[in-house]
Design a protein around this ligand. Sequence first.
Ligand code: CAA
Length: 258
Amino acid sequence: MAYENIRLDTEGAVAVLTIDRPKALNALNTQTFLEMESALLLLPSQVRALIVTGGGDKAFVAGADIAEMATIGSAQAREFSALGHRVMHLLERLTIPTIAAVNGFALGGGCELALACDLIYASDKAKLGLPEATLGVIPGFGGTQRLARAVGKMRAKELIFTAERLDAAKAKEIGLVLEVLPADQLLAHCKAVAGKLIKNGPMALSQAKRVIELGADQDLRTANELESQAFGVLFGSEDQKEGMKAFLEKRPAVFSGR
Ligand code: CAA
């Protein structure tokens, strides 16, 4: 499918989704969200890990598109927020692992996009933050909730209240990103991480992701019950049979994802 504002490049089992509107620092407008939604819904079935990054050399995503939002009213703003949430949920609920390669500014909606990925790695040029309050609004694509869950409520309030832009080192210090890489090594690093995890059982990764996500909003007993159920489900899979058989036969497992 031809897209204007994004690119989807697939190399074997790893796909790279690039938000690619460098003239607007990859800002998320309605069309970009619709293209992202379509690409996520139509991901080729051989894809086992997805990397999300930004086109050009300056930005991951510099936020929601301020030019598009400037003149809209309350009803349209709610709709735009709902569209953003829909795409973030879609990304978060993919059954494969997702990795944000934050290659530059990840502000507002860009930081929210990274937070909807499973793992976040940043280049040493990255700047992350939720500056919406400088525009008289709040994050609208899950930032108030996912940032608080990622770094704690008090830190999230500090970042949203001050609108401060964090450099990559500070973002790592507060647990917002996992590692900081030299800019020219970021994508290769993310591909290497993807390469490592796709060697493991796809069903196992998908269930681990599901249980971690669902369990985070539950009390410990309920969450552990979800884990037990998923553990049981995996014992009905070909992946479990192959994984354990391969161990006993002292050979690498060949997983089918079923
Ligand atoms: N929306 C629309 N256009 C944007 C944009 C955005 N979020 N961010 C940058 N651009 C555009 C600029 O308007 C500019 O376009 P022109 O060349 O046509 O003037 C182009 O991208 C380059 O940007 P700058 O000239 O500003 O580049 P810079 O290097 O001087 O500054 C920056 C970079 C600090 C990231 C600055 O562009 C900036 O502050 N951008 C806005 C960041 C922001 O406030 N993001 C939050 C948006 S609100 C949001 O996301 C709400 C939500 O959760 C729903």
